[in-house]
Design a protein around this ligand. Structure first.
Ligand code: GRF
Length: 197
């Protein structure tokens, strides 16, 4: 019986596409739903083109009432009975009220070498700090923002003429390798962290 995976997005969904394209053949998981908090997000049509159900839950009408937004999100998810959730470019912070029942079954990809640079603007911060390396991390989602157990990382050298845009583009390529690899490892019971260079 394949495990059912829901993917949360907010934008173009390039990580979602990589996950969808990996969830085939002998992979223990199958994507059952893609949810976007942004109407018209580019990832929605990419999911539909791959025959995956989609839903939109615009966060704006909830006017900051996170609990109400999450209650509606839970309702949408419940209809598809996911076993796991993958956040992939999902830009909303989920509260403990939503996350705690999913701990151990909800993953995220973050564009930094955690625990460095939790939160936003990770590449600009790495450049500002004069770091020589950047990268991305896949981690379990917990109520501690970007603080869950790291399951995999990919390291990207920072080049002398890098700006946040050029660095983000190279990190994104590594995200596309890391996330499917980690998801498959976790779903086959291997939560030992993996490191890509
Ligand atoms: C990218 O900045 C990526 O680093 C982060 O989310 C953003 C959008 O990713 N994970 P995607 O193309 O929507 O997957």
């Amino acid at each position: 019986m394949k495990k059912r995976i829901a993917i949360l997005i907010s934008g173009g969904g390039s990580n979602m596409v990589q996950l969808l394209d990996s969830l085939t053949a002998d992979h223990p998981g199958r994507a059952v739903l893609v949810v976007s908090n942004v109407p018209g997000a580019g990832g929605l049509e990419k999911a539909e083109a791959r025959g995956v159900a989609t839903a939109v839950l615009d966060h704006r009408p909830f006017a900051g009432d996170r609990a109400a937004f999450e209650a509606e999100l839970s309702k949408i998810l419940a209809a598809y009975k996911p076993d796991m959730i993958c956040q992939a470019g999902f830009m909303r912070i989920l509260t403990a009220g939503f996350v705690i029942p999913w701990v151990g079954r909800i993953l995220n990809i973050h564009p930094s070498l955690l625990p460095k640079y939790k939160g936003l603007n990770t590449h600009a911060r790495a450049l500002e700090a004069g770091d020589h390396f950047a990268g991305c991390s896949v981690h379990y989602v917990t109520p501690d923002l970007d603080g869950g157990q790291v399951l995999g990382q990919a390291v990207v050298p920072i080049l002398k003429n890098d700006d946040a845009k050029s660095l983000a583009a190279r990190v994104l390529i590594k995200e596309h390798c890391l996330y499917p690899l980690v998801l498959r490892r976790v779903m086959t019971g291997n939560a030992a962290p993996v490191y890509l260079t």
